[in-house]
Design a protein around this ligand. Structure first.
Ligand code: MN
Length: 307
């Protein structure tokens, strides 16, 4: 649990205050301008221009403001994101399904103009991990007509084929993110985003290594951050749309299977895959699951026990 202190101007402090408006706390320490408490971080901004971040998410939160690290700070703020990125017009991208045994990988890039940020907030767009499927569907149905976006779905057959040919999941993701971003850039052209923010799954250098053989690569103003859903609503919107697509796909698989397909990669998917093999045969597996997961062998072991 780290503490980070950055030094910023009053303009930035007011910007931060509005950014954290949902999380402001009433009780202010002496000399402070505002204090806010997010699920991962306590933020206190002082009239002196010092802003203190405390808690697990302190580096993450401080990183989005990019102020000068104060000399006394134990840790240096990341500062690799443009200051105030949370209020810019941004293309965000995120993916869903990489850790799920059943179902595809869905990647969405979405463009959220700064004018649309209040509306999206109003609609309840936030970290999709805090939202249940019902809420995801409800929000996705509205925002899909508000924000320009591109959905890339890597279906299971293709995924297994590409994976068996030796491509890492990281490379697949990078290619899908790049393509989704290019699609959105094409859709909004000649307008350009002020920044492109990718929910980070590999280091920037690795990402660009992965996509270097692609016909076109989005490079200009591309930034990476972990937990980027919390940095700009474009990533949160992308994540909601990606999860919506994933849920819909799982529904289709459930229909084809004749029973409800579970998400994740826990014991419940082993049981479901075994049930699928017993009713439809082993040959259908490649169109339902990510074969290289350890769950495949576990499902087969269950089948063998039952036979
Ligand atoms: Mn992500």
């Amino acid at each position: 649990m780290g503490n980070v202190v950055i030094n910023v101007g009053m303009k930035e402090i007011l910007e931060m205050k509005s950014y954290y408006s949902m999380h402001l706390v009433d009780k202010l320490p002496p000399g402070s301008v505002f204090a806010a408490k997010t699920p991962s971080c306590m933020i206190t901004a002082y009239k002196s221009g010092k802003v203190l971040f405390q808690g697990n998410g302190s580096e993450q939160e401080a990183g989005r403001w990019g102020g000068n690290p104060a000399p006394a700070s134990a840790k240096v703020a990341k500062g690799d994101l443009p200051a105030g990125i949370g209020g810019m017009s941004v293309i965000g991208s995120d993916e869903v399904g990489t850790g799920d045994f059943f179902g595809p990988i869905t990647v969405v890039a979405a463009y959220v103009k700064k004018e649309h940020i209040p509306l999206l907030k109003e609609l309840g767009v936030r970290d999709s991990k805090d939202l249940n499927d019902e809420k995801i569907i409800e929000i996705a149905k509205v925002i899909k007509d508000v924000v320009p976006f591109s959905l890339m779905t890597m279906k299971n057959e293709k995924y297994n084929q590409v994976q068996q040919s030796g491509m890492s999941q990281g490379k697949m993701k990078a290619i899908l993110h790049n393509q989704a971003i290019l699609n959105v850039l094409g859709k909004i052209s000649p307008e350009k985003p002020e920044a492109i923010l990718i929910d980070q799954f590999v280091q920037a250098g690795t990402y660009f290594q992965h996509v270097k053989s692609q016909k076109a690569v989005a490079k200009e103003n591309v930034y990476f951050s972990t937990k980027a859903e919390g940095i700009h609503l474009a990533v949160a919107a992308a994540s909601i749309l990606a999860r919506y697509a994933f849920i819909q796909y799982i529904d289709k698989l459930s229909e084809a299977a004749g029973f409800k397909i579970p998400k994740g990669a826990g014991a419940q998917v082993d049981v479901a895959a075994a049930k699928l093999i017993l009713s439809k045969g082993r040959d259908v597996l490649p169109s339902f699951v990510k074969l290289h997961f350890a769950n495949t062998d576990k499902a087969l072991a269950i089948v063998n026990k039952k036979r």
